[in-house]
Design a protein around this ligand. Sequence first.
Ligand code: MOS
Length: 743
Amino acid sequence: MSTSSTQLGQPVSRVDGRAKVTGEAKYAAEFHVTGLTYGQVVSSTIARGRIKTLDTSEALALPGVLQIFTHENRPRLAWFDRSYRDDDAPSGSPFRPLADDKILYSGQPVALVVAETLELARHAASLIRLEYETREHETDLHARRGKAYEPSQGKDGFEPPPKPRGHADKALSKAAVQIDAEYASPVEHHNPMEMHASTVIYEDDGSLTIYDKTQGVQNSQKYVSKVFNLPKEQVHVLSPFVGGAFGSGLRPQYQLFLAVMAARELKRPVRVVLTRQQMFTFGHRPATLQRVALGASADGTLEAIIHEAVGETSRFEDYIEVVVNWAGMLYRCDNFRFDYKVAQLDCYTPLDMRAPGAVLGVYALECAMDELAHKAGVDPLALRLKNYSERDQNKDKPYSSKELRACYQQGAERFGWARRNPAPRSMREGTQLVGWGMATGIWDAMQQPSSARAVLSIDGKLTVSSATSDIGTGTYTVMTQIAAETLGLRVQDVTFKLGDSSLPMAPIEGGSWTVSSVGSAVKQACEKVREQLFTFARKVEGSPLAKARLEDVSFSGGAIRLTAEPDKAVTLTQAMRQGDVLSIAEDALATPAPQQMQYTRCSHSAVFAEVKVDEALGTVRVTRVVSAIAGGRVLNPKTARSQVLGGIVWGIGMALQEETAIDQTLGRFMNHNLAEYHVPVNADVQGLEVLFVDEEDAIVNALGAKGLGEIGIVGVAAAIANAVFHATGKRVRSLPITLDKLL
Ligand code: MOS
């Protein structure tokens, strides 16, 4: 593991794995400081109206209760006077905790109790008496569907639906085979193991040290600095470890606001941790109602695609995600029309959740494709291949790379798809109906401007840093590998630092863009160190590299070597002695290459699933999933596989279990705990296989890696839903597919 070509592509175990399993890795609510106080949030019990009376006297009278913050006594703050949006905010006006007496959604924070102990804070919170004046609320997407509108587009990276092409409605009505179906997906909530938490340490000079659960320390830093009108230098945000996030940490959440406010007012350290129930009060995957209509010739050639979706948003922001565009990228067709609208509900603004939009739109599209295959009598896989699109028709651009065909072929072969009997209910094992289904997945391969700093010291140790995050995806590990590879060091000689707002600029960790973005910056910073080392190495007395060019040498085993004659070398230490330096430090800012704009850049997948359905009971077991992924170069097959496995498991949950149920009378999410919000457990997960197909891509970034955090979940629910149809002959068009819908 010491030569330059072996670091990338190796299944290196997580460099932070030991810290995580031994408890040495600390999360936002685990940083201790003397004099720490504890905040407990009080949540509204109505969905809409205003607070009429608020009585905190009994709670305040308890010895040890320090203060109770409400809209009546909160400090005047900078952001209440002007508009401010965080790095993941859609257009609108971000939620402002304790701004006034108005209640905008059930679960809204209405007070923060701060006490000397957590138990006391929780007890005191239960003593606060609130009276509300309720107004009629609307939380039912079905009922609000008619009021849906095209959302304003104010979010980076959001692609509005393309203009219609051809005459989709006409072509549909004339098509030999027609499918016109409606699909529904429910609200889902992010349920990371780690609850959202902020520990805020108030320093004597008024500056703040904040341990926050976030996917972007600099996003949180900007938020606190804007809201509280503090110079950025006085706001230090740290988040070295994150216990899962899935998008829930993309926006600063209200516990950060409340903890900072309390710490500044009390001039004491304050920690606010949300309860599991409160984890259901700040954003969710929106429910959608979707119509997919497909028209095809008798042999299955697509002639019309219509995809319409209505999603939900809040009263204060226009949440947007890309739900309907994907068919124009996956399937060749001359006539298509895509339509995306949102309807306002008296709920919090939805929030990006793993592969936002794509997970929902591709579910409906890929189920409709299965319905078309069945109706046309064409094999579902053959139907995809027949309509395969070599270009992105939405933008009329080529793909930077697209090995989806290889995904279909290799996935099908591994799964044994050719042995599938196409007739529903034709494959049986005793009382179990066996079903095989497949679907396609797609996600964007994006790059955001990012920076990194590399510092090599004369003892051969390299420290690289960037203000990015590791939400469990393996950022620490892969960045370490990229740095080690570039400078020919061993991974154990490299330390990567992240999760600190004072480090070089990095975007929020999301969109599967971290390897592409931060990885490129790490590579460039290390390349600058290389150049500096090489300049010194050539000047070493009797240097075998004196006449060499940078292209002629390799960095490996702590030395710079002539590639043609590896024994002729100058060690990194020799080079640095020659330069008379104890360390070399370089910064780099990596930005997307302009040529990227000429291409559409995506990762793809083909997912094959087997289910067994008990004919009498309607219970569904997913017994096998094969997911074949084209995600560019795989930098670490171990962490990459883990990402995709996690995606498949979540896809099983999406297909069969996950749903946040809302009581429309109360306007409130009811199953806000892990006993009643079902996610897959070990017993639900059987044979999962992940294949990575070879895919070269010189366009996406210098690493050729597309990012794998999200593609793993896309398509999984559709593959399972299609397998359920194949097993039972019953088409369930609303998720999750629970047994009551099958019987
Ligand atoms: Mo992901 S939903 O971009 O954290």
